[in-house]
Design a protein around this ligand. Structure first.
Ligand code: MN
Length: 243
């Protein structure tokens, strides 16, 4: 049987022109398709159905979006924390835990990185400007595709191997970040002010890369770091060889 590299891409719901719709930025699906993967957008469904969906899928991509409900990591909301999306939180946490248990190759982006951390028992800073103040703006306006700050990457990490460097520049569009790190995860990149910018699994059998920036918005830049990131994920999906 020919292997078809279907990957689940998580999504949100939003009222657009008066109707509630399932939505995901096209940049994600374009970047995955350019790497040879077949993106399958999964709406926020019941957690049990979400877990069932990955039984026959080759990979999981957790996308960016809303703030995670702080109740899910034992905190009350900071004044700047957005209204939770309960259905999305529920299905993405279930997917992240199932992917860890079943060792399904997982790429987690922005909110996705935060979801993986919370799913595995970690916590978040809900508001970087007040809780981790620095002179780096992690959420500058109108710069989605601009490399606005540097990150330092751990030498012996999957991320360093992928990009072939221990220092790169990334975009930044997040006002939250990882605080206490979840089970079986390690921090493999930070910005100069110490904010966690990448997490990896310490389980050698689970390929999981979580990045706080938005590589899908940077695939057309002269630097090839982000194209290599999607190519490496596609290689991991094919290597897992599920069909
Ligand atoms: Mn950042």
């Amino acid at each position: 049987m020919t292997f078809a590299p279907f990957v689940i891409v998580t999504s949100t719901t939003e009222i657009i022109r008066g109707v509630s719709r399932v939505r995901v930025n096209e940049a994600y699906t374009n970047a995955l398709a350019a790497a040879g993967l077949i993106p399958v957008i999964l709406p926020p469904v019941h957690a049990a159905l979400a877990v069932a969906s990955i039984a026959d899928i080759a990979g999981l991509v957790l996308t960016g979006g809303e703030d995670v409900d702080p109740a899910l990591f034992g905190q009350s909301p900071h004044p700047t924390t957005g209204a939770p999306h309960a259905a999305r939180d529920g299905y993405e946490l279930a997917l992240a835990r199932a992917a860890a248990e079943q060792r399904i190759p997982t790429l987690a982006i922005c909110r996705g990185a935060q979801v993986v951390n919370v799913a595995l028992g970690g916590t978040l800073f809900q508001d970087i400007p007040s809780q981790q103040p620095s002179n780096i703006d992690h959420a500058p306006d109108d710069k989605r595709a601009e490399r606005v700050h540097a990150i330092a990457i751990e030498r012996d990490s999957v991320l360093a191997e992928i990009v072939g460097a221990t220092s790169i520049r990334t975009n930044s569009s997040h006002h939250q970040s990882v605080d206490r790190v979840g089970r079986d995860l390690r921090v493999t990149a930070r910005s100069e002010d110490g904010i966690v910018e990448a997490l990896e699994s310490t389980d050698a059998n689970w390929w999981m890369l979580a990045v706080q920036w938005h590589p899908e918005e940077l695939t057309a830049t002269p630097e090839n770091w982000d194209r290599r990131l999607f190519a490496a994920y596609a290689d991991a999906v094919r290597a897992a060889g599920r069909d």
